[in-house]
Ligand binder design. Sequence first.
Ligand SMILES: Cc1cc2nc3c(=O)[nH]c(=O)nc-3n(C[C@H](O)[C@H](O)[C@H](O)COP(=O)(O)OP(=O)(O)OC[C@H]3O[C@@H](n4cnc5c(N)ncnc54)[C@H](O)[C@@H]3O)c2cc1C
Length: 396
Amino acid sequence: MTLPYRVYDVIVVGAGPAGAYSAYLCAKQGLDTLLLEKERTPRRKCCAGGVLERALKLLDFPIPPEIVEREVSGAAVIAEGHRHELRFGERMAITVRRERFDRFLVEQARKAGASYLEEEKVVQVKESVPQVDVVAGSRYQGRCLIVADGVGSKLAEGLMGPYTKSRYAAGMSFNCGLERDPDDLMEFYFYKGERSKGISPPLYGYGWMFPCRMGANLGAGGAGFNRSMIQERISEIERSAVERYGKVTWREELAGHPLPLFVRSRLHSSLSMAVGDAGGLANPITGEGLTYAFTSAALAASSAALLVKERDDDATAQYERRCRAKLVRDLDAARLTQKAVRGLLGTLDLTRFFDAFCESEELKTACKGIAQGGADWKGLLRKALPRVPALYFSSL
Ligand SMILES: Cc1cc2nc3c(=O)[nH]c(=O)nc-3n(C[C@H](O)[C@H](O)[C@H](O)COP(=O)(O)OP(=O)(O)OC[C@H]3O[C@@H](n4cnc5c(N)ncnc54)[C@H](O)[C@@H]3O)c2cc1C
């Protein structure tokens, strides 16, 4: 006789920030939750490790000091060899090592009551309403599925249809030690736009150095950038870091990962919801994904409760509507900003442009608002648009 499978209220696939936080919130609401991860933790995740204050505010718990690498109170923009600094005198973000941060989030999900299995790669999911069958090393059944398997999600594709605009940006980074503690600023390196071919708009991307304890995360990325272009930029950033903060004392191998540039055209099916990168929910101008991962996790967990406890068969569609209202409009504003910046890059004197930008109190306040969560990209776009002609002509 074959025994019936245990039916979970919610199965979450993928224990990155979006999946782990979804599992935490589902378990906290009393839902019988299973979190499945294909890797063994702690697993490496290629990421700059910047967690903006607005992402931290979405979490239900504080991040313990041992997970925080550095508190960051501003940004430095480096363009054509000139450094422009924006110091805000208060915390804008923290930096973390992703393997530790992600493991901490999984621990919170387990403490809240979620079951967690790692090295359990999901290879197939099938919805047969009212349940979802999940095939990994073993088989599982759930009343609801949260798809959090990251960028280019195959599971979302099978359940919700293709990722129509399959355009990604490429990013590469590594953590390293430095002889001296870097400044508490996130450093962004901008390049004069290079055209990919003919009269196409210049490529858009940037490099970074985010401070850690006696070290940093160095990386670069962008849409249309290939591996050797990215590596070249990272070597330049490394030279500049060594000049400022002393020799590299240890280093990880350089790793790469794609970043979604578009939101999926469908974020749900009858019993499933795609969260975080699996839904294409990342910022196309900055590459920031954690705010969107946590916001979509919270929306999915509340729809999961509606579906399981109230048997509301509109719950997953409601998730999609709320996600679009809360996140997608803002991502669209960021995409528009990215297009505008990209169009201007080839023609501007970047030094003058960033000088003018950093002198504008209004734009500085808008940037601070985005980092801290009091403002959004729509607001920045509204404030920046009337200033574009002046900024543009003073930067030619
Ligand atoms: C170079 C780079 C730098 C970045 N820097 C930042 C930054 O500084 N700040 C920021 O906010 N964002 C940053 N991002 C974006 C951020 O890393 C992502 O948005 C974030 O990791 C999304 O979280 P997630 O949980 O959706 O996906 P992921 O973190 O990718 O997690 C997905 C999880 O699913 C697991 N999985 C996949 N398939 C399966 C399967 N079949 N079965 C079981 N498990 C599976 C994976 O192993 C993984 O653990 C950066 C991205 C890149 C590429």
